[in-house]
Ligand binder design. Structure first.
Ligand code: SAM
Ligand code: SF4
Length: 362
């Protein structure tokens, strides 16, 4: 941090619209931050609604306090297409659609098709709970979704219903199979928690592999001001790896540089069974290890708030800029400002963000 300029954080402040702010030059390289991290992909939450109520994401106790965004506040398809086309102009090639639950956004297949037509966008992927995937996998693939990450925390139907609030394990497994049958690459995501799936780490790996998917484990992160977080319940990445190694033998780093993968990829580090390198497992060690140093992404909420970091509440409203008649150059200036203000890293343990995972989409 020393010697680096920490620019003022933009925190929900409306950015200059057309006619104002022209004194600010369009940044030469708007997607390069002050820590030399290049933004390569954009995660877009298309709705804050969800058909599940996962206890680590949105427990019943919080639902009363949470107000879902009114429809008028949410970016329309036209607005999303416009904003994404500006990101594409700047060099973003990959879009991840998330939520809430992206498949409950009405017209999601049409939205995918629209994004697929944006010049420059080469890859559209989705993070989903899989509940509606059995029916949607084929149309989503046809529209342009090449891969899905499906949340799968447990293989026990009762536990699954409990942890997801209202989920149906059989539907999710059918959704995974449908996605594979449609030709999508599939990864499973499990938030690793004692008392939920600590005894299923290996079984979750085997289940994913047997379905042609790659299992992944995510360390629990304290979102929602830490309201849902108990440090002692989170299983650390190293424990996950040791558990797998104890039962299945040594893991070796998989990917380009010691457990990482392609530069346009997400935050997971990948390992593979030494005795069978085709069996990979990914771990997102947000709390205990690597996460921020090579962060390559920005996040756009369903209401158009651009977050440079998952772990901080700083955000800038691209929706307000668009609705105030901002030009594409205004959007570029705003995006460049957000990237410049991107923090070195999260401060989950000291200052958890108030942002809900439901709203920002992981
Ligand atoms: N509804 C979709 C789903 O469940 O995959 C997409 C949105 S969900 C917020 C995205 C990912 O965030 C899921 O894999 C979920 O398990 C994960 N997640 C939710 N709350 C989390 C938390 N507090 N810490 C870590 N991961 C979390
Ligand atoms: Fe919904 Fe996904 Fe959060 Fe579960 S993790 S409540 S499915 S947004």
């Amino acid at each position: 941090m020393t010697g680096r300029v920490h620019l003022p954080v933009i925190d929900g402040t409306p950015v200059p619209a057309t006619g104002q702010g022209h004194e600010m030059p369009v940044p030469a390289d708007p997607l390069l931050d002050q820590f030399a991290r290049r933004i390569r992909y954009l995660r877009v939450s298309v709705t804050d609604h969800c058909n599940y109520r996962c206890t680590y994401c949105m427990p019943e106790s919080l639902i009363g306090e949470m107000s879902f965004e009114p429809r008028s506040a949410v970016l329309t398809f036209e607005e999303l297409e416009r904003v994404i086309s500006v990101f594409a102009r700047l060099g973003v090639r990959k879009i991840r659609l998330t939520g809430g639950e992206p498949t409950v956004r009405r017209g999601i297949v049409d939205l995918v098709a629209r994004i697929a037509n944006v010049p420059g966008i080469e890859q559209i992927v989705m993070t989903t709970n899989g509940h509606l995937l059995d029916d949607l996998a084929a149309p989503l693939k046809a529209a342009g979704v090449s891969a899905v990450n499906v949340s799968l925390d447990t293989l026990d139907a009762e536990r699954f219903a409990k942890v997801t609030g209202r989920g149906d394990l059989s539907r999710v497994l059918a959704g995974i199979d449908a996605a594979r049958a449609a030709g999508m690459a599939v990864k499973t995501n499990a938030v690793a928690l004692y008392g939920v799936n600590d005894d299923e780490i290996v079984a979750l790996c085997e289940a994913a592999w047997s379905r042609g998917a790659t299992p992944r484990f995510i360390e629990h992160m304290p979102m929602s001001h830490g309201a849902l977080y108990e440090q002692a319940r989170g299983i650390a990445a190293v424990t996950i790896r040791r558990t797998i190694e104890t039962e299945l033998g040594a893991l070796v780093a998989s990917g380009a540089s010691g457990g990482s993968e392609r530069k346009d990829a997400g935050p997971a580090r990948y390992w593979a069974l030494a005795r069978d390198p085709s069996r990979e497992v990914g771990v997102i060690s947000a709390m205990t290890d690597h996460f921020c140093d090579d962060c390559n992404r920005l996040r756009l909420t369903s209401t158009g708030a651009l977050h440079a970091c998952l772990g901080h509440d700083d955000a800038l409203s691209l929706r307000d800029l668009v609705r105030a008649g901002g030009s594409d150059d205004d959007l570029v200036r705003a995006i460049g400002g957000s990237v410049t203000g991107k923090r070195a890293g999260h401060t989950f343990s000291d200052a958890p963000p108030t942002t809900h995972m439901m709203g920002i989409g992981g």
